[in-house]
Design a protein around this ligand. Structure first.
Ligand code: NAD
Length: 265
């Protein structure tokens, strides 16, 4: 059994992860942390009765007490690096679902993997359908270099654009490089009207109640458009990916970036 700690246990994603770990026969939920903790039993959080595992509020103390092998983190962009540092210092492999990490953060995690020999996994999106959407988009960019991304999320999301949109853009750029799109003299009458710019790809972020996580990648060519769309209509969509990551991270070799790196293994 792989011993797992969940960080951000009271959150929308954290609660789903608690359920998914609890329901898997190869994973054992040994600890949970949330800054809002009032030491609730995780069983009460997910409606399965008492489990004896309570949610603590001090990551270091919970690691000392429960000795996890893996930490799954779905917290907030401004705290996740601190959690990762604590986990890795203690030999615990972090699985990072929290989005909003910078390139510098990723570099720090990579260096830390090399120095500590503790593996880590960062996945901007844990849903298998979203991985396929990104793969298809990367492929389509070979034939349709003009592309824009529209990502749509619930209105409590803190970072924009989404980690998935940025990762999609990174993958597309691998296949087509920088490209100036649209008219070179275009003018934004309202700042931001054309969205964010990643190597010439415009990324538009919609935030509304009612959405979970959705993305359209729209390619434009001569007399045609191609739209690749993925919808996560519930947070359960991310759980098979999280469980897979927990099972793979211990035997990985350093930092894994993107679930696609382990999907076909
Ligand atoms: P949420 O606000 O519902 O939950 C975050 C939880 O983290 C809260 O309960 C909060 O109290 C807790 N928290 C804050 N600081 C903490 C700390 N220092 N230590 C422990 N817990 C702390 O947010 P959410 O909707 O669950 O999303 C969490 C993150 O996951 C966001 O960054 C979101 O973008 C990301 N996300 C990623 C994926 C993916 O597939 N990678 C999917 C959905 C959401």
């Amino acid at each position: 059994m792989i011993k797992v700690l969940v960080c951000g246990a009271y959150g929308k994603m954290g609660r789903e992860v608690l359920k998914a770990i609890h329901n898997d026969t190869q994973l054992s939920l040994v600890g949970a942390v949330d800054v809002k903790s009032d030491f609730t039993d995780v069983g009460d959080l997910i409606g399965i009765g008492k489990t004896g595992v309570t949610v603590g509020n001090d990551l270091q103390a919970v690691i000392n007490e429960t000795k996890p092998q893996v930490m799954v983190d779905f917290t907030r962009p401004e705290v996740v690096m601190n959690n990762i540092r604590i986990a890795m210092k203690n030999g615990v492999c972090p699985i990072i679902g929290t989005t909003g990490l910078s390139d510098k953060d990723r570099e720090e995690i990579n260096t830390s993997c090399i120095e500590t020999k503790v593996n880590a996994l960062i996945a901007p999106n844990f849903s298998i359908g979203a991985i396929l959407m990104m793969n298809l988009a990367q492929d389509a960019a070979k034939y349709f270099p003009n592309v824009e991304i529209i990502e749509l999320h619930h209105d409590q999301k803190l970072d924009a654009p989404s980690g998935t949109a940025l990762h999609t853009a990174e993958l597309i750029v691998k296949n087509r490089g920088y490209l100036q799109q649209g008219h070179p003299d275009e003018v934004e009458k309202l700042p931001g009207a054309r969205g964010a710019d990643y190597s010439g790809i415009r990324i538009h972020s919609v935030r509304l109640p009612g959405y979970v996580a959705h993305q359209e990648v729209i390619f434009g060519g001569l007399g045609q458009t191609l739209t690749i769309r993925h919808d996560s209509i519930s947070r359960e969509s991310f759980m098979p990916g999280v469980v897979l990551a927990c099972k793979h991270v211990l035997t990985a070799n350093g930092l894994i970036y993107g679930l696609e790196e382990i999907l076909n293994k």
